[in-house]
Write a protein that binds this ligand. Structure first.
Ligand code: ZN
Length: 348
């Protein structure tokens, strides 16, 4: 059946306000869209939210996915964890935003339609460029009630990731959340320009970024691992009952860098995800069209592979290895812990 919407019926604009969990019934989930933005034809862009409220009072935990529109694993992680909640014993509220960047999700791409990276745009501006207005609208609605934040991402297109967590290691609560995610690697990075995590962090909300696998796919194993980790956090915070499941000791990295080729060519990569790497170890070669070696690239420090290029056709300057540097960050006040701030910002 065709629904006819007359021009004069266009809804008046309503002012966006922070979600108030108290408005939702206890002991059940509420699923709804919030009108967040408008298309060029003045149509609505509606963003889905799930407010899962336990029968008992407790903390409010926010979980987001698809801030980059092609990062899909987190969507199913949120769905599955919420589907299994037992509301009668649950104490507190889980607010899920499974598809944050709805315009990019529709197009199957990473960035907002204006070409900007939404996760370098938070907290946004009320009269800024498109992505900034969207970021502002989303953070106003979502972050207001949150006391903890888990923001789920994946690698970007053409790259493969281990399961790893980015966190400010000096924030004790956030560090514990990172450990409970049961990742292969925990990477210390204090802020990150314009990320939702950094905006939350600046508002005193302990927050982590989970990098869960690869873009543009649902990966069963990664989704299962993400669910287990998220449930661990909810158990630890007292929201849900159950036993925390930890199956590995994560490798802690104090910083990281994306290594880039300094010649063009075909990439011959000699490492795998999560491999331990020794300083000066051969990581990759570039080959010319005839198969002859052009350059060798070796490791600048002892480390572990966090991410790698998938596509072997490399123009000069292609990122081929995201190499974590082993070790815990120095205590606050010491120097030398911020080298990763620029090197891996595109992965956030
Ligand atoms: Zn992302």
């Amino acid at each position: 059946m065709t629904t006819i919407i007359h021009r004069h019926e266009r809804r008046p604009r309503t002012k966006l306000r922070a979600l108030d969990p108290e408005q939702f019934p206890r002991g059940t989930r509420s699923d709804f869209f919030v009108r967040m933005f408008e298309t060029a034809s003045s149509g609505p862009i509606d963003v889905p939210f799930i407010v899962a409220r336990g029968a008992k009072p407790g903390p409010v935990v926010g979980v987001t996915a698809a801030i980059h529109g092609n990062e899909l694993n987190g969507i199913r992680i949120i769905h599955n964890v919420i589907e299994e909640l037992d509301y009668s014993s649950m104490a507190g509220t889980l607010i899920g935003a499974p598809i944050v960047n709805m315009p990019a999700f529709h197009s199957g791409v990473r960035r907002f339609p204006d070409g900007y990276d939404l996760n370098h745009t938070f907290p946004g501006k009320p009269a800024g460029r498109s992505a900034e207005q969207y970021a502002r609208a989303f953070s106003t609605v979502f972050l207001g009630p949150c006391q903890y934040l888990i923001d789920i991402h994946t690698a970007s297109a053409g790259r493969l990731n281990t399961m790893y967590v980015r966190v400010d290691w000096h924030d004790q609560t956030a560090r514990r959340m990172a450990e409970l995610m049961n990742p292969e690697i925990i990477l210390h990075i204090a802020g990150g320009d314009g990320t939702l995590r950094n905006t939350a962090r600046q508002r005193g909300i302990p927050s982590i970024t989970v990098e869960a696998g690869n873009p543009s796919v649902f990966q069963g194993r990664i989704i299962y691992e993400g669910e287990t980790g998220l449930r661990n956090i909810l158990i630890d915070l007292g929201l849900v009952r159950g036993e925390v499941e930890l199956t590995r000791v994560p490798v802690v990295c104090k910083t990281s860098r994306w290594l880039r080729t300094t010649s063009g060519g075909l990439l011959d990569i000699r490492f795998d995800l999560a491999d331990r790497i020794e300083k000066r170890q051969l990581l990759a070669r570039t080959l010319d069209p005839f198969g002859y070696e052009l350059m060798q690239f070796t490791a600048p420090y002892d480390g572990i592979v966090i991410g790698k290029a998938q596509y072997p056709v490399a123009i000069q300057g292609t990122r081929f290895c995201h190499l974590g540097q082993l070790g815990e960050p120095e205590a606050l006040g010491a120097t030398g812990t911020s080298a990763s701030a620029d090197g891996n910002r595109d992965e956030q």
